[in-house]
Structures are given as structure tokens and as C-alpha cells.
Design a protein around this ligand. Structure first.
Ligand code: SF4
Length: 289
């Protein structure tokens, strides 16, 4: 039977826990419709669990006519937020993570400061991620997105740069991008990667160095879980799974140690289900020997 080791920091972070608590408390205590605009966190199974409690997930803000609207952890665009808050028929409850808000404020303040006129805000992150889409909307001046060192090398802009990060970036990739840009530009770095991300990545990497196989648990739409899987893959054989149904018996043949970690948006109940199933597979394999 193989050994199962759990990463020191794994699963729900402060911001996600706060958002889920806000959704559940609102649904329990308030009467009327309770909605979220898009998934409140990036975990389809947890979002489905919340939907079973009557929470509606809207894809278009026009769908809400009244009731409670909870804003997701990774934020929504500035103009949309203002519009929703002006609507007296809707009660907006803000579940934006304070660390995401901090990044939004930095972008807003820097880009509207006369002192930095002519500078460009460089957002290091995934172009299509809702957090980055929202961050762009807080910029009052020139703003570009850079996803990787290749794009950093290709960047031809001039003038000073202010670098801000998506909160869930990999610190090593962020540092590499900053180093490339530093070769040709004056820049100021505002590292807005959150501590929960850093801790989860460090623990996952340390564990991956120490085991034959890593299972990374979390939504496929979760940026932070995907990065955990990338970090672990560089150290050992790694699989990114969402639920127990993704697990395959054959992965566990001839392994002595297995590491488990989970993204910041992965609830404990999914992690526990997977741990239980991995143990069962281990016992089954043992009987076959
Ligand atoms: S990963 Fe960080 S920024 Fe994102 S919700 Fe969690 S604490 Fe907030």
C-alpha cells in the first residue's frame, strides 16, 4: 500500500471561504432571489452545490431584476459594478477578495496619478481570466497584458512601466517576465500575487519533489489549480482531477508515495472524497498482489 501525503497548504483560501460563506448566509437569511454573476468561485462542483440551495448563476447582468446579487471573488469590471450599484432594486453584496481589490486599487491609483502620466500599466496574467478583464477596467491610462516571457520579449512600447500581477500568478514566471522587461525599460514592480497562492505553490512543489505521483484537485477553470498542476508536473508525474470519477486505477500501479494538493477554490468535501477513493484504490491494488 502506498503512502499518501497531503500538501501543507491546500484547498480553500481566505477569499474563497469568505465568498462561499457570504453566498450561503445571504441565501439563508434573506428572502428574495439570490444570484451570482458568473460562478462565484472557480469550482464547478461547489457552484453546483450552491445552486442546489437555490442560488442562481447569471451569465448576463440584465437577467437580474431585483433581489441580491453577489459579486464573485475575482471581481467584475468597474463600469458594470457602478451600474449595478446604482440600481435601487438590486442589493449588491461584494464577495470580491480583498487581495483582488488591492490589485484593482493599485491599477486605478497609479493610472490616474499625474506623476505617472505617460507610463504604461503592464498586467501580468491570463488575458481571458475574469480577474484580469476586471483589472483592465480599473486602468485610466495605457494598459497592456503580458502572459509570458515570449510576449515580454516582443513588447515594443516605450516609457516607464508599472507592473501589476494577477493575484494567482506563479511568482517564478512573474519574476522572469519582470527580468525580461527590466532589460529595456524603467519599471516599478507591484507584486500583487497573494500569500495564499504563494503558500499553496510552495507546498505543492515541496511535496511533488518527495513523491512518485501527484494528484492536484480542483476546477479545470481554476487558474490557481492549473498552475499548481504545472508546478508539480515539473517535479513528478502529475494528474489534475476535478472529482473521483477522473481517477484511473492504472495511475497508481508501482508507486510508493502519492501527494495530494488542492487549489484555493477546491472545497474540503471534494478533497476528502478523492483521498478516500485513492486509499480504496491502494487497498484494491494491494489485494491483487
Ligand atoms: S487565491 Fe488569493 S486572491 Fe484569490 S481569492 Fe484566494 S486569497 Fe483571494
Amino acid at each position: 500500500m502506498f503512502k499518501i501525503k497531503i500538501a501543507k497548504n491546500a484547498g480553500f483560501c481566505f477569499g474563497v471561504k469568505r465568498a462561499v460563506d457570504l453566498v450561503e448566509t445571504t441565501a439563508k437569511k434573506k428572502s428574495g432571489t439570490v444570484c451570482t454573476l458568473g460562478p462565484v468561485i472557480h469550482n464547478p462542483q461547489e457552484v453546483e452545490r450552491l445552486a442546489k440551495q437555490g442560488i442562481k448563476i447569471l451569465s448576463d447582468p440584465k437577467e437580474i431584476k431585483n433581489g441580491y446579487l453577489i459579486l464573485r471573488t475575482h471581481g467584475i469590471p468597474f463600469e458594470l459594478r457602478e451600474k449595478l450599484e446604482k440600481n435601487k432594486l438590486i442589493n449588491v453584496i461584494d464577495a470580491t477578495c480583498p487581495f483582488v481589490k488591492r490589485a484593482q486599487n493599485i491599477v486605478k491609483v497609479l493610472s490616474s496619478n499625474e506623476k505617472y502620466k505617460g507610463a504604461t500599466i503592464v498586467l501580468v496574467g491570463e488575458r481571458v481570466h475574469p480577474e484580469v478583464v476586471a483589472l483592465v477596467s480599473y486602468c485610466r491610462g495605457r494598459c497592456i497584458i503580458i502572459e509570458n516571457t515570449r510576449e515580454a520579449k516582443m513588447f515594443k512600447g516605450s516609457g516607464d512601466l508599472h507592473i501589476v500581477s494577477q493575484t494567482t500568478q506563479n511568482p517564478k514566471s512573474f519574476a522572469s517576465i519582470v527580468n525580461v522587461l527590466r532589460e529595456r525599460h524603467n519599471l516599478e514592480v507591484h507584486n500583487t500575487i497573494c500569500e495564499a497562492t504563494i503558500n499553496r505553490q510552495k507546498s505543492a512543489e515541496a511535496l511533488a519533489k518527495d513523491v512518485d505521483l501527484m494528484i492536484v484537485i480542483g476546477g479545470r477553470n481554476s487558474g490557481n489549480t492549473t498552475r499548481l498542476a504545472q508546478i508539480c508536473s515539473a517535479k513528478t508525474r502529475t494528474y489534475h482531477v476535478e472529482t473521483v470519477t477522473d481517477l484511473k486505477d492504472k495511475w497508481f500501479k508501482n508507486v510508493e508515495s502519492i501527494g495530494l494538493t488542492a487549489g484555493a477554490s477546491t472545497p474540503d468535501w471534494i478533497r476528502n472524497e478523492i483521498e478516500t477513493m485513492v486509499k480504496k484504490i491502494g487497498l484494491k491494488n494491494q489485494k491483487k498482489i
